[in-house]
Design a binder for this molecule. Structure first.
Ligand code: SF4
Length: 556
């Protein structure tokens, strides 16, 4: 912990106070290289002349430490710390975080009555022992850092990100911390004008990645996840585990066998069975399993233990209980939604009236200034009416067999509404899982009021993405002829999607989520799926007070 604090106080806070940890190649390799000392088995090492004990836990000097290897001779003790990498070619023999960590072990040993004036770092890759003397300067720096770490843990305030530090390039938590993004937003939080929209890729995908407005934003997070969601639709299907894969069986035989490490979540629609070993394996890997009715209603989630970031949930509850702060956030998401609806119409409906676009622009401005959530609801309702009155104009050649009069649901009365409802259900599920992963309680929102079983925060976060993801996918499915009349089931109650129709909808949705766009503020390429996470993390920064204004994700 002290090592991390010396490297970056924010890294230490995120890992140890908020309980967020992400593996990188370095951390995985570090654990592997550490496996012998972690095993704690005794016995003399052939590497060293003297040996006393491995993995020794000690308390003293106000801290508790674990010493990888303790060498001793009477009252004199020397801690040995294992590091996975090469010994650096620097005069001090090791970087400061490593020297501080070792010195802290020395202080604990001194507090336990040992004479300890030096330690050793063993670099596994270069098989080299580097002796670190505990001189006055190192001891003083170590004591200062221990005090600062204690104060940081007690203050409940996340330390600010490092400023354009090369350390962030190797930090496994960069995607959680968002150092450059938070710094930029803090700089521009008083200037709403710069919260411009994202550039959608051109039809030939020629949009190129460039730096953000300031040219200082590095992309420290991958543009998309390696792991992808898996959907299993329909009664009679069974999910089993076999070695490092899941097997999906229908009544006719095996359908697919995705690798476990390539699965980010598993969504089961309509009475799909899953075996206990498969469920337990997914829980252990932190992969959520989501259950839906055949019609797409979200029924529940099975996952491992709850996110450890209690602090964020407490801040979320405080924020939701404060009408002013809630309204401040709600105005942003509603204005963002209206702006994105307007953009979608402008880009896809050649006949949209100038008056409709002007009205939507005006309503977005009004949303920014709404004085109460009731008036915001009214503004949102007026914008939805205007938007959906023009929605059918986005249907082109392939969608000419269908029409759209208005938005209706529960149950939808026509095919386009059936697809919209189904896609909104998938989107809210993705946001539910993303918000849980970030540490929020998805049931407590700032705009949608709490109601039993309603994922209010996921619905809040969905507002800006409805037009960008769900509406856009629906229009494309019809216009490209990927969904046809035979993909719907009509009853007296309404219209729903057939199994084939659902598969087409899921496939169009997943394609959209993998689409990479240039982030409007940060200037790097990022998939829609990753954008959901980035926006949720930015919301967490707003709730914690680190940035003032939530920047909705806007397209141009
Ligand atoms: S990304 Fe940079 S600022 Fe953020 S935790 Fe890592 S090292 Fe610290």
């Amino acid at each position: 912990m002290l090592n991390e604090f010396a490297y970056c106080p924010r890294l230490c806070y995120i890992e140890w106070v908020q309980g967020e940890f992400l593996d990188s190649a370095d951390t995985v390799d570090g654990r592997f290289q550490h496996r012998r000392v972690d095993a704690g088995s005794g016995g003399p090492s052939q590497d060293f002349e003297t040996f006393h004990a491995r993995s020794v836990y000690l308390t003293g000097a106000g801290i508790t430490c674990r010493i990888d290897l303790l060498e001793g001779d009477g009252s004199r003790a020397t801690p040995v710390d294992y590091k996975r990498g090469q010994a650096p070619d620097i005069p001090e023999g090791a970087y400061e975080p490593e020297r501080v960590q070792l010195c802290a072990q020395g202080l604990v040993l001194r507090d336990n009555g040992f004479v300890c004036d030096q330690g050793v770092i063993y670099f596994v890759k270069s098989k080299k022992r580097v002796t670190i003397p505990f001189d006055e300067a190192l001891v003083s720096r170590t004591r200062d850092l221990i005090s600062a770490l204690r104060a940081a843990a007690e203050s409940s305030e996340m330390p600010p990100p490092l400023q354009h530090s090369p350390k962030c390039n190797r930090c496994s938590l960069a995607g959680i911390c968002l150092p450059d993004e938070v710094t930029l937003l803090r700089e521009m939080q008083a200037d709403d004008e710069r919260l411009v929209g994202a550039k959608e890729p051109d039809s030939d995908g020629a949009e190129t990645e460039k730096n953000g407005p300031s040219g200082r934003i590095r992309r420290l997070l991958p543009s998309d996840d390696d792991a992808k969601p898996v959907y299993v639709v329909g009664r009679g299907n069974t999910v089993r585990k076999r070695e490092e894969r899941l097997e999906i069986w229908s009544q006719d035989g095996k359908v697919s066998e995705p690798k476990l490490r390539e699965i980010s979540m598993l969504s089961l629609y309509g009475g799909v069975e899953i075996t206990t070993p498969a469920m337990v394996e997914l829980m252990q890997r932190g992969v959520p399993v989501l259950h839906f009715t055949h019609g797409g209603w979200f029924q529940g989630i099975c996952q491992g233990t709850t996110h450890k970031n209690v602090e964020l949930r407490m801040l979320q509850f405080q924020c939701a209980a404060d009408p002013k702060r809630s309204l401040f956030l709600a105005r942003k998401v509603v204005a963002g939604k209206i702006k994105n609806c307007r953009t979608l119409l402008r880009r896809n409906n050649p006949e949209v009236g100038a008056d409709s676009l002007a009205l939507l622009a005006k309503l977005a401005e009004k949303a920014h200034e709404a004085s109460a959530s009731e008036s915001l609801l009214g503004i949102e309702g007026a914008a939805a009416e205007c938007y959906f009155s023009q929605f059918g104009g986005m249907l082109k050649e392939g969608g000419k067999d269908f029409s759209f009069l208005d938005r209706n649901r529960r149950p939808p009365k026509d095919p386009l509404n059936a697809v919209l409802s189904y896609l909104y259900g998938i989107l809210v599920k993705d946001l539910f899982v993303t918000l849980l992963a970030v540490g929020f309680d998805p049931y407590l929102g700032f705009y949608h009021r709490p109601r039993y079983g309603r994922p209010a925060l996921a619905l809040d976060m969905m507002e800006e993405f409805r037009p960008l993801i769900a509406d856009s996918v629906a229009i494309n499915l019809f216009n490209n002829g990927e969904i046809a009349k035979g993909d719907f089931v009509k009853t007296r109650a309404g219209v729903s999607l057939s199994s084939g129709g659902k598969k087409a909808a899921v496939s169009g949705y997943e394609r959209r989520m993998e689409t990479e766009i240039i982030h409007p503020l940060f200037g790097y390429k990022v998939s829609y799926r990753r954008v959901l996470e980035v926006q949720s993390r930015l919301l967490a920064r707003v709730v914690s007070g680190e940035i003032e204004q939530y920047p909705p994700f806007l397209t141009r």
